[in-house]
Ligand binder design. Structure first.
Ligand SMILES: [Zn+2]
Length: 143
């Protein structure tokens, strides 16, 4: 892939990507990406890419089957840690009474996953405190 800095964009700089084969199976479309800067408190300048959506970002991505570089929001990309994250584990670890209810449950699914125990606990919290928690309880019940 060939990139060149050309005049243009908010800072007077743009990266122009010429259409070229990056690898045998990936074709990158000719594109122009603006570069913007910020001025950190400690001085100097910090450079950013300006995605077509208007978002300022430090990285642009080219997923498989795509031909233009865009930010992760445009391509709806998520980090592996977010994909592998199971909120139920954190909920159980944060609330010892829920953990105990899950461990002491006679139902194997509830004992292993905390499913159901969390729902019961959220209902209990909802009864005690009221608003806001009801949404969490509903979310937990779905899982
Ligand atoms: Zn974007």
């Amino acid at each position: 892939m060939r990139c060149s800095l050309l005049p243009g964009g908010p800072t007077g700089l743009r990266i122009t990507i010429s259409q070229q084969l990056v690898r045998r199976d990936i074709v990158v479309a000719a594109d122009s990406i603006s570069i913007t800067t910020t001025h950190p408190r400690f001085g100097g300048r910090r450079f950013w890419f300006q995605c077509d959506c208007g978002r300022r970002c430090g990285r642009l991505y080219l997923p498989p089957d795509q031909h233009v570089f865009r930010c992760r929001i445009c391509y709806n990309l998520t980090y592996r840690s977010a994909q592998e994250h199971d909120q139920r584990e954190y909920d159980l670890a944060r609330n010892p009474s829920t953990m105990m209810a899950a461990l002491q449950s006679k139902k194997m699914k509830r004992r292993l996953l905390g499913v159901g125990a969390m729902t019961l606990n959220m209902k209990w919290i909802h009864r005690r405190s009221g608003r806001g928690v009801a949404r969490q309880g509903a979310r937990s019940a779905v899982k």
